[in-house]
Design a protein around this ligand. Structure first.
Ligand SMILES: Nc1nc2c(ncn2[C@@H]2O[C@H](COP(=O)(O)OP(=O)(O)OP(=O)(O)O)[C@@H](O)[C@H]2O)c(=O)[nH]1
Ligand SMILES: [Mg+2]
Length: 438
């Protein structure tokens, strides 16, 4: 696959000034550290933040994002710090970038470009690399002209004047267009293969979902003895990782660790990562992992809900899990316990057993524990039970198999039509109701 490096990756140690337009409405509360997340993103991309500049505005300036006076202030700041890069907390149009770059003489990186850069640093598997590359190319396409201008400026203005430059841009546009189509076709193939694999799976599946850095991979390791990489950085995990997770009473579920979300997750990324995000759709239960020690918890939860809705996963059963209990203060602990919420710590193990039991309880909702007798010669029912039921124990006596197993309500209906009533005994489940009333 051809690689395009027209957007230079952010180099380690790159010095930058952060800028942001803050919403200005009559009752919008003032945040204490409005650029804290952007700073973390910049630092994850190994940039060094020299200064921050914010401006409250009802809406960003159409031409330069910041207002005229603020742009002047930015120029002065850049000059004083000797800084040549600006990172903006919002997305910018190609013309806003061009105007800001002309006014300041600095290179301007917007939020999407920064997040794309982090994703490309952390992509490890072939699929993740393809997905990031696709998002990057789609981001670049409408910005080719500016990028060439920037490129030729970096190179000392050589070689791209007038018609020649236009021709080069047109050529690149075509090559990028073709590369995009090739990647899309390859990703489609991967997606279809995965869907076929998923279809074969019968187990109850649970997905760990949440804001980036909430501790999903740490919990995954705790629950499934996994070896997911954990790091105090944003977007460490880009691939879904799946493992069998053992629960009390010999039960098991399939657990997945997934890519983290963020406020205003770039739409190119949501689209490119469709195959990865789609795996969340296969889940029977979404464990929404929340960093309960973070004061921005509400904003983060809203962002997660928004992405879940966007990918069509908002209808899946959700259980909130407040992680990092070990770093919560007393008020946070009180706020996040009770009301069915779960307070856990992937670090200390606090609350993990309760979490496992909750998963187990959800898994067993709508299921019942039965004792069933099947003739050894009844191959059809035996095969069906092995495929559909969670068999806890099996015993063969003479010509009769006796099973203890968990079965869903619909499946029980089918079984009752197949076996005589005296061969099915209800041991537990359906809230103590008699079998005949189910
Ligand atoms: N204090 C504390 N820190 C935690 C806990 N769980 C995770 N962390 C830390 O939080 C950071 C992020 O953890 P990860 O498990 O990588 O988080 P993630 O949600 O998988 O993050 P991404 O993959 O980047 O989206 C790491 O520095 C962890 O050590 C916890 O229970 N308590
Ligand atoms: Mg992770």
């Amino acid at each position: 696959m051809e690689q395009f490096y027209l957007t230079q990756n952010i180099e380690a140690g790159l010095q930058a000034v952060l800028i942001s337009v803050l919403p200005k409405t009559r009752n919008s509360p003032r945040e204490t550290a409005p650029l804290a997340e952007l700073r973390r993103l910049a630092e994850t991309a190994e940039a060094v933040v020299l200064a921050e500049l914010t401006q409250p505005l009802p809406r960003p300036d159409g031409a330069t994002h910041l207002g005229k006076g603020k742009v002047q202030e930015l120029c002065t700041l850049l000059e004083a710090t000797g800084c040549k890069h600006v990172i903006c907390d919002q997305d910018l149009t190609p013309s806003q970038v061009k105007n800001l770059e002309e006014a300041t003489g600095a290179r301007v990186i917007d939020r999407t470009e920064l997040i794309l850069d982090i994703f490309s640093r952390h992509a490890q598997t072939h699929q993740a690399r393809l997905q990031v590359e696709l998002a990057r190319l789609e981001y670049i396409l409408p910005r080719l002209k500016r990028m060439w201008t920037h490129f030729s400026r970096v190179r000392g203005g050589v070689g791209l004047r007038g018609g020649e430059g236009e021709k080069q841009i047109e050529l690149d546009r075509r090559i990028i267009g073709k590369t995009i189509r090739d990647i899309q076709a390859e990703l489609k193939g991967i997606r279809q293969r995965k869907q076929r694999q998923v279809k074969r799976r019968q187990d109850f599946s649970v997905a760990l979902v949440g804001y980036t850095n909430a501790g999903k991979s740490s919990l995954f390791n705790r629950l499934a003895d996994g070896s997911a990489e954990v790091a105090n950085m944003l977007f460490k995990t880009l691939d879904t990782r799946t493992r069998v997770c053992k629960l009390p009473h010999n039960q098991k579920v399939v657990l997945s660790d997934t890519v983290g979300f963020i406020r205003d997750l770039p739409h190119h990324l949501v689209e490119s990562f469709h195959a990865t995000l789609e795996e969340i759709l296969q889940a029977d239960l979404v464990l929404h992992v929340i960093d309960g020690s973070d004061p921005q918890i509400e904003r983060m939860s809203k962002a997660v809900a928004k992405v879940l809705k966007k990918i069509g996963a908002d209808g899946i059963r959700e259980q909130k899990v407040y992680n990092k209990a070990d770093s919560m203060d007393a008020a946070q602990r009180t706020a996040y316990s009770g009301n069915g919420a779960l307070l856990v710590s992937a670090h200390t193990g606090e609350g993990i057993e309760a979490l496992q039991n909750r998963i187990l309880a959800i898994l067993r909702e709508g299921k019942c524990l039965l004792r069933i007798q099947v003739d050894a010669g009844d191959g059809r029912n035996l095969a069906w039970l092995k495929a559909r039921a969670e068999i806890v124990s099996a015993r063969l006596q003479g010509e009769t198999h006796t099973f203890s197993l968990w079965l869903g309500q619909e499946d029980l209906g089918r079984l009752r039509a197949q076996l005589p009533a005296d061969r099915i005994e209800l041991l537990e489940g359906f809230a103590g109701r008699a079998l005949e009333s189910v």
